[in-house]
Structure formats: structure tokens, C-alpha cells
Design a protein around this ligand. Structure first.
Ligand code: SF4
Ligand code: SF4
Length: 165
């Protein structure tokens, strides 16, 4: 089996736009009876690559439960045990970083796939909208907007960059 799973965030957004009923499968790296509380690969990828890492981070300021914070690298993280899924952070983000279904507590366990298991990875790919997840032996490729999230997952996303001249 090819060693890397690519999740194409650009195509995922295209698939979701105009299709508010679309329910995406979620990839995790472990299974537990409390899957609802685990952060998904899509959430990790969004905060790592899509988020513009605002200095004053209005998403953090607006959160009523102080569930959001920045880690030592300046990447926003969510404490899932504090999040009440109010979506205030989704609404206030000036860049539309977060997908609207982001913090929904899925009750359907069948939506979750353990990305540490080869068979589950294949099922996850089959459950994703066509072309939004696939396997490859290729590695990170910035010229193709493909970046490494962790040792098994690559993310295709447009990175936000500022140039100081
Ligand atoms: S959805 Fe969760 S993280 Fe976002 S503002 Fe509400 S409580 Fe905070
Ligand atoms: S407001 Fe949006 S872009 Fe800014 S730090 Fe929060 S999630 Fe990232």
C-alpha cells in the first residue's frame, strides 16, 4: 500500500460549497468509545495550514469557554472537552478558515475511520467525495501545494504567506 494519504482540502471545500447537506467522513488516528471528543485530521489540517494565524486571533477572543488557544508554534488548538459547539469562532473568523460542520458532535460512529489501520484508510477514501483523498508514494511537494501534516498524512492546501520587503 502506498505510504502517504493525501487529503485535498481545496477539493473538499469545492465539494462542500453549495452542498450543505454533505456529511464528510472523518479520519482519526485512534478509535475510542468517545470518538466525538477527538480531533479529526481535517481539524488539525485546517488549523495547521488553512488558518492565517492572526496575531490577535478573534476566534480565541470570542470563544465563550476558552476552548481555543495557541500552541508554542502559534497554531490554534481546541480543547475538545471545553468546546460547546456554539460555532462563534466559525462565524467570527474573517477568513472563513473553518468549515461550517467543523465542530458538530457527530453521533454517527460510522463516519469515523481509524487512519492507523490500512483497511480503514481504504474505506475512508471510498467514503470521501471523489478525488479529495488518495494514496501516494510521493512526499511533500510545495509546488503542488502539498504539505506534510504527520508521518502518514499529506495535506493539499493553499498556504497564506506575507512578504515583508
Ligand atoms: S465552537 Fe467551540 S471552540 Fe468555537 S467558539 Fe464555540 S466553544 Fe469555542
Ligand atoms: S480568526 Fe480564523 S484565521 Fe484567524 S487565527 Fe482564528 S481561525 Fe485562524
Amino acid at each position: 500500500m502506498p505510504k502517504n494519504l493525501v487529503i485535498d482540502m481545496i477539493r473538499l471545500r469545492e465539494a462542500m460549497s453549495g452542498n450543505s447537506d454533505l456529511t464528510l467522513p472523518e479520519g482519526l488516528f485512534c478509535q475510542s468509545p468517545n470518538s466525538n471528543g477527538l480531533k479529526t485530521i481535517r481539524e488539525l489540517a485546517t488549523f495547521m495550514f488553512t488558518c492565517r494565524k492572526c496575531e490577535d486571533a478573534p476566534c480565541i477572543a470570542v470563544c465563550p469557554t476558552e476552548a481555543l488557544e495557541k500552541d508554542s508554534d502559534g497554531v490554534v488548538t481546541r480543547r475538545t472537552n471545553l468546546c460547546v459547539s456554539c460555532k462563534s469562532c466559525v462565524t467570527i473568523c474573517p477568513f472563513g478558515t473553518m468549515m461550517t460542520d467543523f465542530f458538530v458532535h457527530h453521533r454517527n460512529r460510522e463516519l469515523f475511520y481509524n487512519l492507523g489501520d490500512e483497511d480503514e484508510v481504504k474505506k475512508f477514501i471510498d467514503a470521501c467525495p471523489a478525488g479529495t483523498a488518495y494514496l501516494t508514494d510521493d512526499g511533500e511537494s510545495p509546488e503542488k501545494n502539498i504539505y506534510r501534516l504527520n508521518e502518514k498524512v499529506l495535506i493539499r492546501e493553499y498556504l497564506y504567506k506575507t512578504e515583508i520587503k
